[in-house]
Design a protein around this ligand. Structure first.
Ligand code: SDX
Length: 429
């Protein structure tokens, strides 16, 4: 964590209620909201607060993990541009970077891969409650439950201040997420649980656990294996998004990382967040043909529903991940054949980017707009799309969880409120 810089200036404010003026230090482009508390009308006054529903202009922490510039479409993990990492590193290397701050040396990578590989199995009892779900249970509901349940198998995880204990849980979660995800899928399909194959790569093993049938040795298609690895890299972190902020807030109570990450998975499940990629596919299927697009776009502009996969709280020009994912799509379709849904998606993007409503609202394709089409082409069912998002986001969630625990400025998160309810009143009987 970089130390707090010296003040680069002060904000002068005058309270018209009292005529008093205050000088608030500006540090790293922000004022400390707590500095507002000194602004009172009298000694009984609690002092001013900042009111910021949905935290649209609130920095909750200092972090040196991921940097985003929404206007310039910049995304960097520990200073490295996402374009370079997605093109020249693999997901486990990027996970190491997010968690430790540095890319692994060849020796460190060998040990890191071995450590992850050794923890891909899940306790056999976990299969029992996966079996307890209905055949049509949404895999995100299964994931939220299974991740939380892992805390009961590793009670040591409560020792969140012990670095070795934290490291073991981080390895277990990164290693076991693909296994839980694949087992959830196999349960839904009524298939046997295909166990991990330690001789395969991280993504190759996931494809193995998803697709192995009667063959003794599953051999993943190298193009699909690499495409999935790039998709996981592109999803690996995104600073203080809804699910990562959830991970930090739950972790701030010193809950174990499994319980914290179960909450993060639940936040990601929402259709406005990680659930959007599933909604994009449903939207493309609803549109059905290129000819139906103008009418659909008109209904979006009338506010009937949102164009899923478009818009972002931070990116107001373009989401660099969407551009990189479009390139992955072409590589995947060379193997799987071109999806007709891609033509609909490309035409929606073309029309939307020329339409004043989307331009004026700064709505551009985000990371979820194209990822679903790729997953579908790879044979992954729509319900599994947010689950793959969760697998990718796991190292980011864990890096922020640990950074929050180690940040001397942090304590249990507990926002205030503006009470606008009824004044005191008394029972009449
Ligand atoms: C992810 O935070 C992250 O980093 C998230 C993420 C990550 O990696 O973790 O990047 C992953 O969650 C990507 C976003 C996936 N969600 C979707 O694609 C769902 C559709 N998009 C939206 O619901 C919306 O754009 C959000 C939620 C992504 C952002 O919402 P904001 O910034 O809070 O914007 P808003 O809801 O206040 O909308 C501002 C205006 C509104 O119009 P007005 O009421 O001002 O007239 O833009 C409109 C909205 O109606 N608008 C849309 C729209 N998104 C916003 N109109 C049509 N279609 C859309 N998609």
């Amino acid at each position: 964590m970089t130390e707090e810089a010296a003040a680069e200036g002060t904000l002068s404010v005058t309270d018209s209620r009292t005529g008093r003026s205050y000088q608030l230090p500006i540090i790293d482009g922000a004022i400390r909201t707590l500095d507002l508390r000194q602004i009172k009308v009298d000694a009984d006054d609690f002092g001013l607060m900042g009111y910021d529903p949905a935290f649209q202009n609130t920095a909750s922490c200092r972090s040196d993990i991921t940097y985003i510039d929404g206007d310039k479409g910049i995304l960097r993990y520990r200073g490295y541009p996402i374009e370079e990492l997605a093109g020249r590193r693999n997901f486990l290397e990027v996970s190491h970077l997010l968690l430790t701050g540095e890319l692994p040396s060849p020796e460190e990578q060998r040990d890191w891969v071995a450590e992850i590989t050794n923890h891909t199995f899940i306790h056999e009892s976990i299969k029992k409650f996966i079996d307890g779900f209905h055949h049509d249970a949404h895999p995100m509901g299964m994931l939220v439950s299974a991740v939380g349940a892992l805390s009961t198998f590793y009670p040591e995880a409560k020792q969140v201040q012990d670095p070795e204990v934290r490291h073991r849980q981080i390895v277990r979660l990164i290693a076991k997420m693909p296994t839980i995800a694949a087992f959830a899928y196999r349960h839904a399909m009524g298939l046997y649980y295909a166990y991990p194959d330690d001789e395969l790569s991280y993504t190759g093993n996931f494809l193995n656990m998803m697709w192995r049938a009667t063959e003794l040795k599953y051999r993943p298609d190298p193009i699909l294996e690499r495409a999935l690895d790039v998709l996981l890299i592109l999803h690996a972190d995104h600073e203080q998004n809804c699910s990562t902020s959830t991970m930090r807030l739950v972790g701030s109570s010193q809950a174990d990382p499994y319980s914290s990450m179960s909450a993060a998975c639940a936040a990601l499940y929402g259709p406005l967040h990680g659930g959007a990629n599933e909604q994009v596919l449903r939207m493309l299927r609803t549109v059905g043909t290129v000819g139906n697009i103008p009418d659909y776009i008109q209904r979006v502009k009338q506010g009937e529903f949102r164009l899923m996969g478009f818009g972002h709280r931070v990116y107001k020009n373009f989401d660099p991940r969407a551009q990189l994912i479009k390139k992955v799509a072409e590589q995947v379709f060379e193997v799987t054949g071109r999806s007709p849904l891609l033509d609909i998606a490309l035409e929606i993007e073309r029309i939307a980017l020329e339409d004043d409503y989307f331009v004026s609202h700064k709505l551009y394709p985000n990371v979820d707009f194209y990822s679903g089409i790729i997953y579908l082409a790879m044979g992954i069912p729509v319900e599994m799309f947010p689950v793959l998002f969760a697998i990718g986001r796991t190292p980011g969630w864990l890096a922020h969880w640990e950074e929050g625990l180690l940040d001397p400025e942090q304590k249990i998160g507990r926002p205030r409120q503006l009470y606008v309810g009824p004044a005191q009143r008394h029972l009449e009987s």
